[in-house]
Design a protein around this ligand. Structure first.
Ligand code: ATP
Ligand code: TYD
Length: 234
């Protein structure tokens, strides 16, 4: 497959058109950002760990009946994906209270959330990704009622599958973010599932093994990403 022109240059990935109709090329860069882009760095090897974990989870989910954009690996930092019409929503599932939910609401950090809580933000950097609700999503015509129900059902199903896999490896899935898109009238999971988009705690020590290590200077980010990637794909 041939790589053609650059379509988007996001904060952590670059997406290119390809010479195959309906297929895009997605490259995971070593750029890392936090706090709305205020903190940024380039960490050698980060793109590779996130690609490896994302590809692993996309295959794992596809095998269990979830429709994703993943088509295959091109090289260790590049995958071929289905071109989706992305829906500008950040769909977050939370199993344990951490991050913004603790800052904004009276939850204690580390408190279990059972059943899991779905939070949906509007993906719009200029508005700092405000939180939405069903009525706002429908009023903004971001999805239909049916699509929104499908997105939520998919999000919860994906959560259960990821939680099972991680739990068996001694890892708590605290929360994670998904992006969905449309293709042939069906909702597909797009973007990435990686240490940048999940909050992962070690079950024994409750230490962070994800982007919080970078956000809050909790240790050597690449050492932690390498360790957790190995645990996830084993
Ligand atoms: P954020 O970091 O907040 O997710 P970003 O736009 O900077 O935002 P990147 O991950 O760097 O994020 O960029 C990847 C871009 O590609 C995103 O805009 C994402 O919505 C888009 N994208 C992901 N998967 C697909 C797909 N299968 N088809 C089309 N676009 C996609
Ligand atoms: P959240 O606690 O809302 O935000 P923050 O980490 O900035 O305090 O994040 C919940 C989860 O979703 C966390 O695992 C990080 C992930 N996430 C992203 O990957 N991208 C985003 O733009 C947002 C808002 C969250």
């Amino acid at each position: 497959m041939k790589q053609l022109d650059l379509l988007y240059q996001g904060k952590a990935k670059s997406v290119y058109r390809s010479d195959e109709q309906g297929t895009l090329i997605m490259r995971f860069r070593d750029d890392i950002t936090a706090f709305d882009g205020e903190k940024k760095d380039v960490l050698g090897g980060k793109g590779g760990y996130n690609t490896e974990v994302s590809a692993f989870f996309f295959r794992y989910l596809e095998e269990r009946g979830i429709k994703t954009h993943f088509l295959g690996m091109i090289d260790p930092i590049t995958m071929a994906v289905r071109d989706l019409t992305m829906i500008p929503l950040e769909v977050i599932v939370r199993n344990v209270a951490a991050g913004s939910i603790v800052r904004r609401y009276p939850f204690t950090e580390g408190a279990p959330l059972d059943p899991p809580v779905i939070v949906i933000d509007y993906k719009d950097d200029s508005r700092h990704d405000p939180m939405l609700n069903d009525d706002l999503i429908l009023a903004l015509r971001l999805t239909t009622r049916e699509e929104l129900d499908q997105i939520k059902a998919n999000a919860l199903a994906i959560n259960e599958l990821l939680k099972d896999h991680l739990d068996a490896r001694g890892i708590i899935l605290v929360d994670f973010k998904m992006e969905f898109g449309r293709r042939d009238g069906t909702i597909h999971l797009g973007d990435e599932i990686s240490m940048d988009s999940m909050r992962l705690w070690d079950k024994e020590t409750r230490q962070s093994m994800d982007k919080d290590v970078y956000r809050f200077n909790k240790g050597d980010v690449m050492t932690e990403y390498a360790k957790v990637a190995k645990r996830i794909i084993s």
